[in-house]
Design a protein around this ligand. Structure first.
Ligand SMILES: Nc1ncnc2c1ncn2[C@@H]1O[C@H](COP(=O)(O)OP(=O)(O)OP(=O)(O)O)[C@@H](O)[C@H]1O
Ligand SMILES: [Mg+2]
Length: 553
């Protein structure tokens, strides 16, 4: 006799209540590590290296030190288990000669990144490396590679999840102090560090700096999405850095410093009234030390003068002398509206540190052989109140392949973006630009075809990444517009070069054709005018010279 199905017991609100509890951010990201860039073995290795190198560069620049960085990737075990392999546009090309486990398996690597930055004070090491969402860059408005406060602790978490090994940090803050070495785990339940080792390391040679060592599952691949390419492009956008790299089974490689000056240091700014969101404004009103709404506006925001503060209060129908702590919710909303309608000067832009059109073009020349180069740095602009600036460089001509889509290099705050090209505002802007106007082939909805390499850099106090893994820039209208304007400026110059070259080619072809008949014309003239040999030769020469001159050759 068939069994009657027993309906699952329905849970009561009390039953559900028993199961409801807080989720720690570490637990969340342990489950969702793909959000942080750890969704396949090859990308995971690249992401971990990138997080450590980006931090090293940021730390050196903040301390005013020319970065001297060493990166070492050693394969400690080949083919530990089947790793999720990337597919589609994110699939990296296998590196020629790179030795690792069989295809479809993840290997184990030890990644070491060392810098000559200011080091990290002992008391902070635990929280920096063992607590997700802890950092010095999130709350400030200033251009830097890091911004979220999750990068390096997420790398530690991934290493811990895949190998069980702790992250090891050696850091020294001055030659009078010994270096300290820590080993730690992240307690995912509490999102707190668990220090396993804390001792001195007399062998650490540099007077100041930090060494981060991680063991993780990954896959060392080459091609356009590998660690080598990331470092190569990093060197291109950071000519002031020296980066030494040791890859598995390959001779060491050094990306030498190309310039001896640090980029102009970016300055921290306050939020702009146009950018702040209502929730953030309410929070600021609650925590400010200012006693009056007018001084709150002046002290907590940039570009707010006495006059602008008064105008905002007047527009919002709020007393300028009222206490910010007593502003009611409905009044906060009015204040928010007024802040967005009153005319306020654009935010200052010394919070940005662009690479510069000249340096960008120099970098592109070093990396890409072509016939013609051009570049531009656009004037700073603003999205959601955040200042940003776009730079574009373009290379055109042989030996770049004529029948392939343009090569695209994307950078955000001097960091190369190697994944998620299709989802990025930079790609969207390149596709939306009409390259046909510049004498290039451009199939609808794709990159232009031709011997073209395009480099786009977006510099901002807060780059609007599409996810925590910082791989693609979100398509804000203002951002797309600025990128397009930069592309159009360079595109016009490329178009000028292409049509000039075509005109020259046409004229040469025609002149060559006519040149063939010049001896016959000279001979006819000889007979007509009864010239001797010398005069005939001279006449032929004059004819050729006149022809070339008239054709602009
Ligand atoms: N090599 C280093 N030298 C000095 N300080 C460092 C170094 N690495 C990290 N830090 C400090 O640790 C903080 C946390 O680093 P983490 O990479 O987690 O976040 P972030 O760089 O602020 O932002 P993001 O998540 O975008 O990378 C940094 O803000 C910085 O203050
Ligand atoms: Mg970081």
């Amino acid at each position: 006799m068939p069994k009657t199905a027993v309906a699952p017991r329905r849970a009561s609100a009390q039953d559900l209540a028993k199961e409801q509890r807080e989720i720690s951010v570490a637990e969340f990201f342990a489950k969702n590590r793909h959000l942080l860039g750890y969704d396949n073995a090859a990308k995971a290795l690249l992401t971990a290296v990138r997080e450590a190198v980006d931090n090293a560069l940021d730390a050196c620049e903040e301390a005013g030190v020319l970065p001297d960085i060493s990166v070492k990737v050693v394969c400690t075990r080949a083919g530990t288990r089947a790793g999720a392999e990337p597919t589609g546009e994110d699939a990296p090309a296998p590196k020629k000669g790179a030795r690792s486990g069989p295809a479809g398996t993840a290997d184990r690597y030890r990644v070491t990144v060392e810098d000559n930055g200011p080091g990290i004070v002992k008391q902070q090491v635990g929280r920096i490396f063992g607590k997700l969402l802890y950092g010095s860059k999130f709350h400030r408005l200033r251009m830097s590679r890091g911004q979220q406060g999750i990068g390096i602790s997420a790398a530690a978490l991934y290493g811990q999840l895949t190998t069980g090994q702790p992250i090891r940090i050696t850091s020294r803050i001055g030659d009078r102090k010994p270096a300290h070495v820590f080993e730690l785990h992240i307690d995912t339940r509490t999102n707190e560090p668990k220090i396993l080792k804390d001792s001195e390391d007399p062998a650490f040679a540099s007077p100041h700096g930090t060494r981060v060592e991680l063991e993780l599952e990954g896959k060392y691949l080459g091609g356009t999405k590998g660690v080598f390419e990331y470092l190569r492009q990093t060197a291109l956008a950071n000519p002031h850095a020296r980066i030494a790299f040791e890859a598995p089974n390959e001779p060491p490689h050094v990306f030498e410093r190309a310039v001896k000056e640090l980029p102009v240091a970016s300055r921290e700014i306050q939020p702009h009234p146009y950018g702040v969101e209502l929730g953030a404004l309410i929070k600021m009103l609650g925590t400010t030390k200012a006693r009056r709404v007018s001084s709150f506006l002046k002290e907590e925001f940039c570009r707010v003068s006495d006059r602008v503060a008064e105008e905002i209060c007047h527009e919002a129908k709020i007393q300028a002398t009222a206490s910010p702590h007593r502003v009611a919710r409905s009044d906060a909303e009015k204040l928010h509206q007024a802040m967005n309608t009153v005319k306020v000067m654009s935010p200052p832009t010394d919070c940005l540190s662009p690479i510069g059109a000249e340096a960008l073009e120099k970098g592109l020349r070093k990396e890409v052989a072509a016939q013609f180069y051009t570049s531009t740095t656009r004037a700073p602009s603003v999205y959601r109140g955040y200042p940003f600036q776009v730079e574009v460089a373009v290379a055109y001509g042989e030996p770049l392949p004529a029948e392939e889509p343009a090569r695209l290099y994307r950078f955000a705050n001097r960091v190369p973006l190697l994944y998620q090209q299709g989802a990025c505002a930079i790609t969207k802007a390149v596709i939306a630009t009409s390259w046909r106007a510049y004498d290039l082939q451009h199939p609808k909805g794709s990159l232009p075809i031709g011997p073209l390499a395009i480099l786009v850099h977006i510099a901002s106090v807060w780059v609007p990444f599409t996810s925590e893994s910082k791989e693609a820039v979100a398509a804000y209208d203002e951002v797309i517009k600025e990128i397009r304007l930069g592309l159009q400026e360079c595109g016009r110059r490329v178009g000028g070069f292409v049509s000039k070259r075509r005109r020259l080619l046409d004229a040469t072809r025609k002149a060559d054709y006519i040149t063939k008949y010049l001896p016959a014309i000279a001979e006819a003239l000889r007979d007509l005018l009864e010239l001797d040999e010398k005069e005939t030769k001279k006449t032929a020469e004059i004819l050729e010279h006149t022809l070339r001159k008239s054709r602009g050759l």
